[in-house]
Design a protein. Structure first.
Length: 244
């Protein structure tokens, strides 16, 4: 089923590894500033997607929109119909751990959620969405090579941006959750179900502990270290495949 209802790319126009920001304008920024000869393959609903080369390797970048339902659609179509192997989410998150500072990078080893997305699998119990260790390991190595300040751990993929329970954040904080975002749990579940790989990288854009925050324009285009780590992870996967 190509093109899909939400992606108009032809077969072969999307790379095996896709970087996936929520904001389509962040996808445009990555394509224009990091990829050689980027070609736009998607504009449906304004959800921009591009493929270009990074250090000689094909890499794509595709906006996902906000929330698990949205990334659930785009990641499923990429994995299922475009034969994408790896999706690396490059997003922003709000810190709830007191040690995290603005512009720190969090790598999501696991993704808690208050979403009902896993109900579709009819599992008796609670499914624990986790990242691909292969992607995680390579991302940590790339981050260390760039002397990035990183923390690896659990994040919360929340269905609500404006929550009604004022104590909710405190409850997740007690369980060691580092930060809140809105997509990774759904991405990790799609990857597990389709036998693919996924990873979430986040730049801390605001802190629910200190009240500090970055601007929307900073979130769109200034979190370049996270983008570079994701790109280095992408080509590490390609190099690993070549060397096998």
């Amino acid at each position: 089923m190509i093109p899909t209802p939400h992606i108009e790319a032809k077969a072969g126009e999307i790379a095996k590894t896709v970087l996936m920001p929520g904001d389509p304008l962040r996808a445009k920024f990555v394509a224009e500033n990091f990829l050689e000869d980027p070609k736009q393959y998607n504009g449906v609903r304004g959800m921009l997607g591009y493929t270009g080369k990074y250090k000689g390797h094909d890499v794509s970048v595709q906006g996902s929109g906000m929330g698990i339902p949205s990334i659930g659609i785009y990641s499923y179509e990429l994995y299922k119909f475009y034969d994408v192997d790896n999706i690396i989410r490059i997003g922003t998150a709000g810190a709830i751990h007191p040690d995290l500072k603005i512009r720190d990078i969090v790598i999501a080893q696991g993704a808690c959620t208050n979403s009902n997305y896993a109900a579709q699998y009819n599992i008796t119990g609670t499914y624990a969405p986790i990242a691909s260790f292969e992607l995680l390991e390579k991302a940590v190595m790339a981050a260390r090579n760039k002397d990035a300040r990183i923390t690896v751990g659990n994040v919360l993929s929340s269905d609500t941006f404006y929550g009604d329970d004022p104590l909710d954040t405190e409850k997740w904080q007690k369980m060691g959750v580092l930060c809140i975002e809105m997509e990774s749990a759904g991405l990790y579940m799609n990857a597990a179900r389709l036998n693919k790989r996924a990873l979430g990288l986040f730049t801390i854009s605001d802190s629910l502990v200190t009240g500090e925050a970055t601007t929307s324009s900073e979130r769109q285009s200034s979190f370049t270290k996270m983008m570079e780590i994701a790109l280095e992870t992408a080509i590490a996967m390609e190099n690993n495949k070549t060397n096998k």
